[in-house]
Ligand binder design. Sequence first.
Ligand SMILES: *[C@@H]1O[C@H](CO)[C@@H](O)[C@H](O)[C@H]1NC(C)=O
Ligand SMILES: *[C@@H]1O[C@H](CO)[C@@H](O)[C@H](O)[C@H]1NC(C)=O
Ligand SMILES: *[C@@H]1O[C@H](CO)[C@@H](O)[C@H](O)[C@H]1NC(C)=O
Ligand SMILES: *[C@@H]1O[C@H](CO)[C@@H](O)[C@H](O)[C@H]1NC(C)=O
Length: 475
Amino acid sequence: MKTKALLQVVMLYSAVKAVTPGFQYTSKNSSDAIGNQPCSLGDYISKARCQQSEFELICTAGFTAYWIRGMKREITHLRLVDWPGDCFNIGHLEFHYPELLILEFINSTSLRYFKGHFSALNKIQKLTVHGMPHLWEIPAEVVSEMGELREINLKGNMLRHMKARLLAGPRRLERVYLKGNNWDCNDGGLDWLAMEPENGTLKRKIADYYDLVCQQQLYKGKPLHIVMDIIKTIRRTCPDPCSCTMTHIVSDTAGAVIPLITVNCAYKKLESPPASLPPGTTTLRLEGNKLKSIAVIMQNIISNPQYKKLVDLYLDNNSISAVKELEGTEWFTTFRVLSLRGNLLKQIQIFAFDKAFQANNNLMHVFLGDNPWRCDCLYIPRFQNFLLKYKRVLRDQNDIRCSKTNDRKTSLVQINKIPLGNICSSDDVELPISYINIINLVLLALILIIVARFLYDRHNFIRTGKLPWLSSILP
Ligand SMILES: *[C@@H]1O[C@H](CO)[C@@H](O)[C@H](O)[C@H]1NC(C)=O
Ligand SMILES: *[C@@H]1O[C@H](CO)[C@@H](O)[C@H](O)[C@H]1NC(C)=O
Ligand SMILES: *[C@@H]1O[C@H](CO)[C@@H](O)[C@H](O)[C@H]1NC(C)=O
Ligand SMILES: *[C@@H]1O[C@H](CO)[C@@H](O)[C@H](O)[C@H]1NC(C)=O
């Protein structure tokens, strides 16, 4: 609909011009039905230079007045160098140069967009745009109706994105050159390339496809075709109902490109983890599901090759009440991040955690907050030591609190700050006999034995006159 309207405007415009030869496009409004920026070919007449040789015209820094007066049917090859405006009006160009076969835009530091689009009747076969540092995208609509276009050369610009329609639109298009641009493989704008089959018709039109390089963010410097293959694999292997993203990409020592993938299955009402993952998954997010244990995850980590690379595991807000399955696994000594916030953990095997943490050189963060931790004198002293020892790793200590109870001294109290006296006090009836009391009892028993022995020896001495053994050997 919209393109038809545009076309009509262009045609109408052309008709008006045909009966008013010599018209100068100085008006900022009248003919610019599309967009609200002035965008006229006649804006730069004073500084422009144009040079004709037979059918070829080269204009630098704009058009001179002569070359935008009426139709120039004799020109079939037009090269525009250093176009000084930020906009270029295609409708006007088509009117003045109806017989163009070759059109080139070279080296313009200002040009940012094209106004209007080439019409279906346009005869241009070869379109070159080169050296435009501010042209981020050429909208597919600009060229998609061109009936005769065979070749588009877009080498050496700052293009970041391209729509499939730019290649699929022009009926006769055979070749496109795209090298030397700023391709952004990051934000999904080129994902249609990833989803093309191996020898897809569009991909085949890109003559330098295997030379293209991604230039933005994560993928900076990585070959575009490899990134596209990875994106395709991820799309194909992403488990339902999760979403998968490549969060990083690294090259190993052999130069192979290794993707680091995050699989996000948060809040999907899952009772078990996905059975398969894209190869190279490093992060699995399972927050807010209905997992009751980590048994299946640990089983997958041990036996499922797709879980082999997993180093970050987020299990917040599930219903996990124990993590015994971690103990003794290789993963426990190699993982990077483990989040168990908001579960039903009452206690962990501190000895096993301590051992694993000491052995783990990758360890970055473990989150244990918002669990109903057991707070009694048997557990808390050791747990406190553990929290202190790994305070760099256990990052949410403010949220590691005792479970909610009726005991005001402990209920929801932050465990690393809890005074041991509050937990291990003697008036705490629930507690078994404390260590200090055990020692007291032992000492009392020893004293009683010594006193008894003394009484026995004395009694013996009075009865038999024999000194006790110890006294008899002393000098
Ligand atoms: C030019 O166009 C703008 C917006 O399209 C409008 O507000 C303005 O009045 C127009 N000026 C003239 C001289 O037509
Ligand atoms: C465009 O710019 C490049 C680099 O600045 C230069 O080498 C080339 O000759 C220029 N092309 C034209 C046609 O002026
Ligand atoms: C795709 O093209 C490559 C080389 O151009 C060729 O080796 C391969 O067999 C083709 N694959 C298919 C499925 O056509
Ligand atoms: C877990 O649930 C709590 C409370 O509902 C919420 O504040 C928190 O953001 C959730 N955490 C995650 C990672 O979803």
